[in-house]
Design a protein. Structure first.
Length: 248
């Protein structure tokens, strides 16, 4: 599995990360994986990742495309903290069958199985796109675009990626304001799709653009929709899009 690992070591690495990321790092002490994001001060998504307990250290499991920028940003926040940040050449495996010894449950959804660090296992044949679409789980670089996405619109509350009771972190104020709104006007949903459309195709309701279609599998797709403008039937290029508020 193509992932990058950043090792956070030194004095209380979980406490250092607690003031930066969207989720509560306290559960790392119980040996649990944490799914979280780093945001801009304006509340926009920069990177999503898993935090992994590893002895006294914390590993950050992140997309290789975001690793270098994430390392630079964390180094900027480090200032004089007694923390060391380094890249670690560690294999990452995942699967949905019986979990091997030492594996961690994926905290986003039970259907996403487990993740294992330090051992490269063969692919188990899981159709990850189909799983992501069925459970509306966004992917780095596809549905999650740095400096564009807001994590609540991307479903991070549903995916156990944000904690509303923890203390302040970068972007917390904007995220909290969005959380206390009566309803989000825009968000990621799973829609039915008849036909195919390139990732990024605009979804039209009548003659009005109402969203974008992304990953597709098994007659379904992840789509970003303006929920207050979407219709039961829409189009994305030549594909027919079907959505209902109850389904989404």
């Amino acid at each position: 599995m193509d992932r990058a690992i950043i090792r956070v070591s030194g004095k209380e690495p979980a406490k250092f990360l607690q003031s930066l990321v969207s989720n509560d790092t306290g559960v790392l002490a119980r040996g649990q994986l944490v799914y979280a994001a780093l945001l801009t001060p304006q509340g926009k998504y920069l990177a999503d990742f898993f935090l992994v307990p590893d002895g006294n250290d914390v590993l950050i499991d992140v997309s290789p495309a975001l690793a270098e920028d994430l390392l630079k940003r964390l180094s900027m926040y480090k200032l004089r903290a007694p923390i060391t940040l380094s890249r670690d050449d560690m294999p990452v495996s995942r699967g949905t069958g019986p979990a091997p010894d030492g594996a961690h449950a994926d905290p986003r959804h039970p259907a996403l199985g487990w993740r294992l660090y330090g051992q490269a296992l063969p692919d188990d044949g899981t159709d990850w796109d189909a799983l992501r679409v069925a459970h509306c789980v966004p992917e780095t670089g596809i549905e999650l675009i740095p400096n564009e996405a807001f994590i609540l619109e991307a479903g991070f509350a549903r995916l156990n990626g944000v904690d509303f009771r923890k203390g302040c972190y970068v972007g917390q104020e904007v995220t909290a304001r969005m959380h206390h709104k009566t309803a989000l006007r825009k968000g990621l949903v799973t829609v039915g799709i008849d036909g195919k459309a390139p990732v990024g195709t605009t979804i039209m309701a009548a003659e009005k653009p109402v969203g974008t279609v992304y990953t597709q599998a098994g007659g379904q797709a992840i789509a970003s929709l303006r929920l207050d403008r979407a219709a039961p039937e829409m189009r994305a290029a030549e594909a027919r899009i079907v959505w209902s508020a109850d389904r989404g």
